[in-house]
Ligand binder design. Sequence first.
Ligand code: G3P
Ligand code: CA
Length: 410
Amino acid sequence: MLRLSRLIVLASAVVALIGTDRVDAQRSQANTLTGKPPIVIGHRGASGYRPEHTLAAYELAIAMGADYIEPDLVSTKDGVLIARHENDITGTTDVSDRPEFARRKKTKTIDGVEYTGWFTEDFTLAEIKTLRAKERIPELRPGSAQFDGLYQVPTLQEVIDLAKRKSIETGRVIGIYPETKHPTYFDSIDLSLEEPLAKVLRQNNLDDADDPVFIQSFETENLKQLNKLVDVPLVQLFDEADAQPYDFVASGDSRTYGDLTSPEELAKIAEYADGIGPFKRLIIPSQAVNENGDGKPDDVNGDGELSEADRRLATEPTSLVDDAHAAGLLVHPYTFRNESFYLAVDYANNPEAEYEQFFRLGVDGLFSDNPDTAFVVRNRIACGTQNPKYSQQGRNRRVWTPGGTGNPCR
Ligand code: G3P
Ligand code: CA
């Protein structure tokens, strides 16, 4: 039997898909774990508009209202943490066009998958700094690709410096949300990520429980290790239900991310983490459409490709948000993107409808490539305003100090 709260959420979600006028009529505060408004996390910066993981992308995310900026972290040969989604930098830098690095091209197995390209662990920071970032998906984001070749790959320290500087300039507290990428792999090549991450946070006085920092990982053991190194909140990421944390694979543990969504497993996660970062389809599942009965997924929008835009949402959310909250865990799902390519059929090309649905389900924040859209909807749903306030820079000016993330609605 559906619980009353679930029915209310479902009714809200349906209204969200009908139109914003009717949604406005039932404006309400978000039903988060803490009662605070949900946070907007600039996923790889404002990566819908600038090449990901560049200072320009992070700076734009902050200008668009992001409360946190998200650097994924990998290591250089000399042990410096830099912001890249993978250690394979073939697709996000100009390294393949640089003859001086041609001989660095290698084939490696990372987390059980073979890649051929150029890898951060084979470059010193000084060498990495000679490269320039480029847009990962220029075919979907030609506007961002116009900025190819302009920006360096930033270090974690440079991302922190930006967050501090922008906190002072804007009067908001801009948090950082670093993710350790491939921690088992980096352990295996003696470039462990956890100690340098903890060291950088300590050097910046950002290692306490109330500092504006979340650390995230798809693996579990390294989060348990980080739990002993720093006091900042930790977030256990969940990939698709049938995938496994790579440290489970390495140790022969057969549990999947789907298994980890059970109330019993969530209670265990709450012993070392403060939140979960689930793939959004673990909250609102979707399924392929097969209306022509051929047993194959239909290309609903006729663009010649199968994508989220060809899938329909389940009529009912899972209990993951409620179950995580019951375990005392925050819920920060990923990844929200504006392009129709990434939007399920049900949203009718309206990305705001998706944000609204999730905010009404009570998520405590979300990762967005388009933080301007996330910000506007968050404010409408959870802050009681439709008018972005982030342009009022300089008001209530505050310096970067440990002591909480502030109220994102201010
Ligand atoms: O960290 C949340 C989300 O970023 C995880 O996915 O692959 O974009 O790092 P990914
Ligand atoms: Ca990430």
